[in-house]
Design a protein around this ligand. Sequence first.
Ligand SMILES: Nc1ncnc2c1ncn2[C@@H]1O[C@H](COP(=O)(O)OP(=O)(O)O)[C@@H](O)[C@H]1O
Ligand SMILES: [Mg+2]
Length: 204
Amino acid sequence: MSSVLLIGVSGGSGSGKTTFARQLFDYLGPDSCSILYQDSYYFDQSRNFKGDGSINYDHPRAIDFSLMSLHLELLKEGKPIEVPQYCFKTHKRLKETTHFAPKPVIVIDGILILSQPRVRSLFDVSVYIDTPEEERFRRRLERDVQERGRTPEGVIKQFAATVKPMHDQFVESSKKFANFVYPGTENFVPKIIDFFNELETNYL
Ligand SMILES: Nc1ncnc2c1ncn2[C@@H]1O[C@H](COP(=O)(O)OP(=O)(O)O)[C@@H](O)[C@H]1O
Ligand SMILES: [Mg+2]
């Protein structure tokens, strides 16, 4: 492969980064693009899990950023990687991995990716999806209750205990490293078109 472009897509939980990453993928097509998720790189937490909400999933030390950096370096060299699989039910890293082939464009989706100097330095270009806290909280509440079987009380507690303080400490402060900042409450389609034009002119 002649060249691999790494695009970081960051923003808070519920900001819309996965929506943006998927729309970019749909725009570029599966032959040109793949998405790599920060969530795959959670350390195995099964030995620490007590079910009392005491694990901080929003702190950088919960994520294997060394492995992620190594993987991004390999992808940049056009080499395939084996992505770990993390199970949110058992909090374990599974034995099986997912084979991930390099593509001309690789989008990396994660809340903390821009807070990490080594990871950040590997991106060719980066985007931050900027969404007000009230809206992120509203979306997260809806998702966790509807799709992840959580109680509203549990979601509210986790937001106050870890999601908000970690966001304020590590995520919001990494916005300044992004090349592009888009509001997460507007239609992404015109932003994707603008962004793609930018890529073609300045990065591809
Ligand atoms: N630009 C947008 N406008 C309106 N709703 C959006 C937008 N982006 C995302 N959403 C909605 O917000 C929720 C969270 O989006 P998601 O992309 O999963 O966020 P993240 O990956 O940052 O946690 C989803 O229900 C999604 O449909
Ligand atoms: Mg997401």
